[in-house]
Design a protein around this ligand. Structure first.
Ligand code: SF4
Length: 313
């Protein structure tokens, strides 16, 4: 099975999926986030993909299923609650079970290795957390490249390296990046080439991925996975902005961040809505922010803006 997944909220303990990071596909849906449009293109055009799983979270992801109707592949929408209490955990546990049964039904296979997979996810996340903690001394671009490659491989083949190349600009201004999942690492390379030193992030494929607590295999595994997913870093599509601001304020202060680069997709409402609140929080900390919007064809004249921001810092 080759299932393409869109988001970190899809539980990896159920089965392998290939995490989607970008594809310059033919779908150009106006007033639709390009990341989701590229995802739809990849599903429709890539014969190697035989299934898809995506969350019901933002407006774009909510309607992906309608564009994929009749594509002949396994199509599953995973519902994630917009609360973090015990009722939400029970609901999410039911969704995880429904996802597992849908995979089993479509592919005619029994899934019996969820406990083993849980141990593998726990171990991988621990290793990623250790690398992230060393980011000030490591090359962030190499770190994100490694992550993107890792998440497109089956869980059993995911090896987190012990080390990565050293940061080439350790004396540069310390910046933090946040936004929706990156299509690739081109923009990150531009930031580093401008002499900025990326010391932390809030990206779904990085800090948010391994922010979830370890999942216990004792008791009800579905509920344990659900509780862990709900205890990870909050998301602007599901959670209150105040929770996001609190978590990030602590990280920014701890890492002595001097500037923030806020990367968003055109028509990505969750991150557009979050921006004014985030900007206010940064104002209070006297940290300047540069907002960069990806449009599908790259980040336009981002290099110029990033260079100017670097000079200012
Ligand atoms: S969160 Fe933003 S980038 Fe991600 S699918 Fe939704 S609209 Fe697109």
């Amino acid at each position: 099975m080759n299932i393409l997944s869109l988001s970190g909220s899809i539980p990896e303990q159920v089965c392998d999926t290939i995490r989607f990071f970008g594809h310059g596909g033919s779908q150009r849906i106006s007033h639709y986030c390009q990341y989701a449009a590229d995802y739809i293109s990849r599903v429709l055009e890539d014969e190697g993909v035989d299934g898809v799983v995506f969350p019901r979270s933002c407006d774009s992801s909510r309607t992906i299923g309608s564009y994929l109707e009749g594509c002949g592949k396994f199509v599953h929408q995973f519902h994630v609650p917009a609360r973090r209490d015990a009722a939400a955990a029970r609901y999410l546990a039911g969704e995880i079970r429904r996802y597992k049964e849908a995979v089993e039904g479509h592919y005619g296979t029994g899934i019996t290795d969820m406990e083993e997979r849980t141990g593998l996810v726990n171990g991988r996340n621990r290793a990623l957390g250790r690398l992230y903690a060393r980011l000030p001394e490591l090359c962030y671009g190499a770190y994100l490249d490694m992550l993107h490659g890792l998440l497109q491989r089956p869980l059993r083949g995911q090896r987190v390296p012990e080390d990565l190349p050293a940061c080439a600009c350790p004396e540069g201004p310390r910046v933090f990046v946040l936004g929706s999942t990156q299509a690739g690492t081109g923009l990150i390379r531009q930031i580093e080439e401008a002499g900025l030193h990326i010391v932390g992030d809030r990206l779904p494929e990085s800090r948010r991925l391994f922010s979830v607590p370890e999942v216990s295999t004792k008791g009800d595994l579905y509920e344990n996975i659900a509780e862990s997913l709900l205890a990870g870093l909050p998301s602007p599509s599901q959670d209150a902005f105040a929770e996001i601001l609190k978590e990030d304020r602590d990280e920014l202060v701890k890492k002595q961040v001097q500037g923030v680069i806020y990367i968003t997709q055109k028509y990505c409402e969750p991150y557009d809505y979050l921006f004014p609140a985030y900007e206010r929080m940064l104002d209070g900390l006297s940290i300047p922010v540069l907002r960069v919007t990806e449009t599908g064809g790259g980040a336009g004249n981002a290099a110029l803006a990033i260079g100017t921001f670097a000079d200012m810092l």
